[in-house]
Design a protein around this ligand. Structure first.
Ligand code: GLU
Length: 505
């Protein structure tokens, strides 16, 4: 690569950022960092009708949470500021004028009602109306009018749009880093609006002008923009500008592979499709987020990276630096990537078990405080070490360990039926005596002493340990009993045994 790489993520703030959008941002970021390039965030908010309050802040916060940083953006500034298109408004008209002057664009005066009628007529004949190389010859535009007529209409303040003039009978050749060479016939394209009567450019014009002015070298974006590529390539040609390289990323598919992963799939199937929780400002509806669901940002970006890319090796765990090292657009697949909710949790599990017990304890503290429990950090860290292998999320820690913090309030009926026999109370009382003498009261010592005591009394290991677990935990769950007793301590152990014996009938 001879030019210094400059890439951009260019979201429209029309709602919360879908995970597909975060993946696009991530691939741009990885590509920029890998090549020592520049990563730009540009807010594409020219369509005022689709503006959603809070969406831009949401996008910025989401990307920051993921560790995706920008060198140039609305917040950071940069040599091509402003980075919000609505603030660049004044800049686009000259480019629209330039295309009209060079014969690549034209004025169209068709009203919305006229176009709607044409659409309906076509529909009635089971066809679709498009403003294209054929139809434009019979419509109300500057191609079919005299210059005086056009000037008059404009001077009278007749509303108009500027449309791109798709050349007739040509092939548009495009090159995509992921898809290779693609060719389309110009007749299949329509004369898209570039500039609207409200003085605002459309996405197409603003996007190309800004990519050019911001010296973007690679456009990496979702596959849904592939249909716009011929127009974009033609726009670069019309302006006489060198086009950037393009890479269109594969779609994210529903878990069953049938169609694009949508916002509704997440709600329906019980997994987030947004990085952060989002409350719709109009309806008040909440959508869940990865952050609030307990995902580590490291796990989130790791799993996102794998939705469309693979390193070509067996390795699945990559931190951001490793992703930067290994990433290449050549290893991004063409076909859609199925979203796998279970694999998503697996990634978080992998990151959780690699965290230090102290970190997990610190993350669990707020959950304990919410329950009014103030626990010692070291104590919680030791508990975390016993059960973290079973967890996908820190929030699951409570269900696995609540009995470390409180003595059982009830005893599982099923377990009582199965494990609590005639002889159990007297056995447990005797065991209590035996435990009393264990010193020091650590797991290894407890294990050996209990084993010796069981053998000496000729009791069954299973019968004793299961009943003891019921007394200490209240249910048939939890880590190794010796560890539980050592952690809650001798006094609490003996208390729980006594309490259980008197409670269970
Ligand atoms: N504003 C477009 C979007 O919302 C940008 C598409 C592109 O990257 O060209 O995704």
């Amino acid at each position: 690569m001879n030019k210094k790489v400059r890439v951009r993520f260019a979201p429209s703030p029309t709602g919360p950022l879908h995970i597909g959008g975060v993946r696009t941002a991530l691939y741009n970021y990885l590509f920029a960092r890998k090549h020592g390039g520049t990563m730009i965030l540009r807010i594409e908010d020219t369509d005022q009708t689709r503006f959603v309050p809070g969406a831009e802040d949401y996008i910025v916060e989401s990307l920051a949470w993921c560790g995706i940083n920008f060198d140039e953006s609305v917040g950071v500034g940069g040599p091509h500021a402003p980075y919000r298109q609505s603030e660049r408004k004044a800049l686009y008209k000259q480019y629209s004028d330039q295309l009209i002057a060079s014969g690549h664009a034209y004025y169209a005066f068709d009203t919305a009602e006229e176009l709607e009628t044409l659409r309906k007529q076509a529909e009635a004949e089971k066809q679709t109306f498009t403003y294209n190389t054929e139809t434009r010859k019979t419509l109300r535009n500057s191609l079919c009018m005299s210059a005086e007529n056009v000037n008059e209409l404009i001077e009278n303040g007749t509303p108009y749009v500027v449309r791109f003039l798709i050349p007739e009978n040509t092939e548009v050749a495009m090159d995509d880093i992921i898809r290779g060479k693609v060719c389309v016939k110009s007749e299949t394209l329509d004369d898209k609006v570039l500039f609207k009567s409200d003085g605002m450019p459309t996405y197409h014009l603003a996007n190309i002008v800004d990519d050019h002015l911001m010296e973007i070298t690679h456009v990496i974006r979702g596959e849904e923009w592939l249909p716009s590529l011929p127009l974009h390539v033609l726009l670069y040609e019309a302006f006489g500008w060198e086009a950037p390289e393009f890479a269109h990323l594969p779609l994210l598919l529903k878990p069953d592979g049938n169609g694009k992963l949508s916002k509704r799939d997440g709600d329906r199937l019980g997994f987030p499709v947004f990085p952060l929780e989002w409350t719709d400002p109009f309806s008040g509806d909440k959508s869940s987020g990865y952050r609030e669901s307990g995902y580590y940002p490291e796990a989130f970006i790791n799993l996102l990276a794998f939705l469309g890319w693979n390193p070509g090796t067996e390795q699945e765990l990559f931190n951001m630096d490793q992703l930067i090292q290994s990433f290449s657009l050549e290893r991004v697949g063409k076909s859609g990537s199925k979203f796998d909710p279970e694999k998503t949790k697996w990634f978080n599990h992998q990151y959780l078990i690699r965290r230090s017990d102290e970190d997990i304890a610190a993350e669990f503290m707020p959950f304990l405080l919410e329950k009014g429990i103030e626990a010692d950090a070291l104590f919680v860290a030791r508990i975390a070490s016993l059960v973290k292998e079973r967890l996908n999320f820190v929030k699951e820690l409570w269900d696995e360990t609540y009995f470390f913090f409180q003595s059982p309030e009830s005893y599982d009926e099923q377990v009582i039926k199965k494990r609590w026999k005639e002889e159990t109370p007297s056995q447990m009382l005797a065991l209590k005596e035996a435990l009393q003498n264990i010193e020091p009261f650590d797991a290894a010592n407890i294990d050996t002493e209990i084993k010796t005591w069981i053998e000496a009394n000729n009791f069954g290991m299973g019968a004793i340990m299961n009943a003891l677990r019921l007394l200490l935990v209240g249910a048939a769950k939890g880590p190794h009993l010796g560890d539980i007793m050592a952690l809650i301590g001798k006094e609490e152990t003996l208390k729980r045994i006594q309490k259980g014996i008197s409670t269970i009938k």
